[in-house]
Design a binder for this molecule. Structure first.
Ligand code: ZN
Length: 291
């Protein structure tokens, strides 16, 4: 195993990203909560976004918010706050439908609608897109063409790992041109023992000790000499969220493990490394290889 790297490489700015959706919209709950019921469930997104914005302000960090069109329509004030505070507003699609479960036409319509909604509210251009549950992979290689056609400049939708719900283990690990002019920024992995290991956040970040996440990001900065891209969700900072019943033991564990420790861990991570918006970290960099 390579020598561990302590803390971060202060010369590399990593991209901090937040997938703006409420707890009842996560893909793992889709079999248990119908989309038609979403409007009847009390939202917790506002208070959680407030908390995130305050935390980022305290640490002097700007981030990218991949926001659902569905959320933006109902909470335009959230969108305006994100933009007013200097963060990047990006798209997480409209209705949080996995790209793998849609036809190319339906997928294109969803991501075009999200872009229109977000740009209407914010008054600015939405350059970035992230597919729900990183659902661009080997079974829908047509997706990058749709993302480019919808007018996005970059995507962060591919996780180059093997996972039961998503992943494209043979995809490049770092930013590459995936179709036409579209830049794909894959979620960060660490390459060890001839395998890619997830190092971009989510359940892994909550489950495993923070020291391991810190080692991974430091390793990517110091050894790969690349910026990392990290993601989390507003509901991950909300231990009091209502519990969803009828879900499998695995889903329950993945969703609820260590929610009460998330904010403290994030704050450590914000202190240990340099962070910025994904558009500022990745767009305009030279010498990005074609995939
Ligand atoms: Zn999502």
């Amino acid at each position: 195993m390579p020598a561990p790297t302590q803390g971060g490489d202060s010369r590399i700015v990593n991209a901090l990203t937040i997938d703006v959706e409420d707890y009842f919209q996560v893909s793992a709950f889709a079999p248990h909560i119908a989309r038609a019921d979403w409007p009847n469930i009390p939202c917790r997104i506002e208070r959680n976004i407030e908390r995130i914005l305050a935390m980022l302000d305290q640490h002097g960090v700007k981030a990218t918010f991949f926001t659902l069109g569905w959320i933006a329509e109902r909470h335009p004030e959230i969108v305006r706050r994100i933009v007013a505070e200097g963060h990047e507003l990006a798209s997480h699609g409209y209705a949080h439908e996995r790209a793998t479960s849609q036809t190319p036409d339906a997928f294109l319509a969803d991501i075009q609608l999200a872009k229109i909604v977000l740009e209407d509210i914010s008054g600015g251009e939405t350059k970035g897109y992230r597919a729900p549950s990183f659902s661009v992979g080997t079974t829908n290689r047509w997706a990058p063409a749709c993302i480019e056609q919808a007018g996005y400049m970059y995507s962060s939708s591919i996780y180059p790992i093997a996972h039961d719900h998503y992943g494209m283990p043979d995809a490049p690990r770092f930013a590459y041109t995936s179709f036409g002019k579209l830049l794909e920024v894959p979620l960060t992995t660490v390459r060890l023992f001839r395998k890619n290991w997830p190092a971009a956040g989510g359940g892994y970040f909550r489950l495993l000790p923070y020291a391991l996440s810190r080692w991974c990001i430091g390793h990517v900065n110091a050894v790969d000499k690349q910026p990392a891209i990290f993601y989390f969700h507003p509901w991950e900072l909300d231990p009091e969220q209502p519990r969803v019943s009828g879900i499998s033991r695995k889903t329950r564990f993945r969703h609820y493990v260590n929610l009460d420790r998330m904010e403290e861990r994030l704050r450590k991570m914000l202190r240990d490394f340099a962070w910025g918006r994904a558009d500022e970290v990745f767009l305009g960099r030279s010498q990005i290889p074609a995939g």
